[in-house]
Ligand binder design. Structure first.
Ligand code: NAD
Length: 437
């Protein structure tokens, strides 16, 4: 099938590249000229494992092209995905300006005698497809088109794998043709056993927010209990195992830590809260999820500042991205923690395997080093903000020997308490007893 994807960010690019790998003929459109120039050269403008190879294959085999011209994109295909950003507005609601702008620029190219399917992949509040359709109808009353909702559930860091092996695909449409067109598009995945949920547009729009709000709720739930564990001497990892073995609960997404970040959970929780409130529905649950998340970051910072006088001290930070295997710094908890420590006079030396370049842009007064060991050398404390695998397997004896003081604050519970005891660290983690040397 001929497909156009508008927006080549984490979601749009993965969608375009993976659809081309599934055999479709794909044109990707973006307004960012630099990004498109890089993509034309076969360069992925962000870190995502496995994407580079598929991108090159798509280009080499002539199934994947890039352009800044929406006209070219509109003329190429009768299935057009919108995958642009929907960041938080000042009041927390989703800023739909980019989605609406795409509808606006597409409208003049939509034809009367050839039906176009406009598929919203961006995460948008319930009712957005209708808004886009209205805007297009006003601008192009003759156009023949149908809206479809196909929200994306991929995780940065595992995006290609998730796109190619999704737990489910959700397709919201108001007609059988709308469902069938996406069924044809995803036929390869459906044949491989991946379930497709067919529903109407509004349910599909709600499903995406429901998934992220539920996952964020599980994280905040465990973080809430982590505070109790710290005060009463419990171990949150044992609580997670104790409830996770209950088949009704399940073990995943029960990890306590310094709180969720990234480009999705914080903004999506806020957006769905706004939608609930605007529709006069109870929103208290998700207000609490957001407020516990903020409280968790604040608590972690306070714990550090009440344990060590950081002024003029060298403080190492391992991990900057909001989670491992990505270079995405949007809403990364490391930013808040580093800013608070800087304000208290600390000298920060940071290391992240892939996010340093992006972090540099937002954290100008931080020293970045190329190796984890270089960050901890002569450090008065180490703060772990992202659970990269390489930190799990690090030589702790060496870390101990190069640090000025063997003090670790672990915002991701990377290490076993026993291991830290054995290595003589003072180790303060989330929701677990402090280890003292
Ligand atoms: P992003 O910011 O990485 O990319 C958005 C892209 O859209 C940018 O390249 C930008 O230049 C382009 N763009 C903006 N306006 C445009 C226009 N008018 N025409 C053409 N291109 C335009 O965003 P993202 O992380 O890929 O997220 C996109 C959507 O997918 C959001 O709604 C997000 O909530 C949702 N989502 C994201 C993830 C994730 O892990 N990042 C996962 C699932 C869903």
């Amino acid at each position: 099938m001929k497909i156009t994807v508008v927006g080549t960010g984490y979601v749009g690019l993965v969608t375009g590249v993976c659809l081309s790998d599934l055999g479709h003929d794909v044109v990707c459109v973006d307004i960012d000229e630099k990004k498109i120039a890089a993509l034309k050269q076969g360069t992925v403008p962000f870190y995502e494992s496995g994407l580079q190879e598929l991108l090159q294959r798509g280009i080499d085999e002539d199934r994947l092209r890039f352009t800044t011209s929406i006209a070219e994109g509109a003329q190429h295909a009768h299935v057009i995905f919108i995958a642009v950003g929907t960041p938080s507005d000042e009041d927390g609601s989703a800023d739909l300006s980019a989605v609406l702008a795409v509808g606006d620029t597409l409208a003049p190219y939509l034809q009367k005698d050839k039906k176009t399917y406009i598929v919203i992949k961006s995460t948008v509040p319930v009712g957005t497809s209708e808004l886009v359709a209205q805007a297009i109808r006003e601008k192009a009353p003759q156009a023949t088109f149908e809206m479809v909702s196909n929200p994306e559930f991929l995780r940065e860091g595992a995006a290609v794998k998730d796109f190619m092996n999704p737990d489910r695909i959700v397709v919201g449409a108001e007609s059988k043709e709308g469902h069938d067109i996406l069924k044809a598009l995803y036929i390869g995945l459906e044949r491989a056993g991946r379930p497709i949920v067919y529903t109407n547009i509004k349910s599909a729009e709600i499903i995406k927010y429901a998934a992220n709000a539920m996952l964020a709720t599980r994280i905040s739930f465990m973080n809430m209990l982590s505070e109790l564990c710290e005060k009463e001497g419990g171990d949150i990892n044992h609580i997670a195992r104790g409830i996770g073995l209950d088949g009704r609960i399940g073990p995943r997404f029960l990890h306590a830590g310094v709180g969720y970040g990234g480009s999705c959970f914080p903004k999506d929780v806020k957006a769905v809260t706004r939608t609930l409130a605007a529709k006069d529905c109870a929103a208290e649950l998700l207000l609490a999820v957001d407020s516990i998340n903020k409280h968790q970051r604040k608590r972690f910072i306070e714990r550090i500042l009440s344990t060590i006088e950081v002024a003029h001290k060298r403080i190492a930070v391992w991990g900057l991205a909001f989670k491992p295997r990505t270079d995405d710094m949007r809403e990364a908890p490391a930013v808040d923690v580093i800013k608070a420590l800087k304000k208290a006079g600390a000298q920060i030396v940071a290391f992240d395997p892939v996010a340093q370049e992006n972090a540099q842009a937002i954290l100008p007064d931080v020293t970045f080093v190329r190796k984890a060991y270089d960050a901890v050398t002569d450090a008065d404390a180490l703060i772990i903000m992202t659970e990269w695998d390489e930190f799990r397997g690090i030589d702790l004896e060496k870390v101990y020997s190069v640090m000025k003081q063997p003090l670790i604050f672990d915002g991701r519970n990377v290490y076993e308490l026993e291991t830290m005891k054995r290595h003589n660290f003072r180790y303060i983690s989330i929701g677990r007893p402090e280890v003292k040397p």
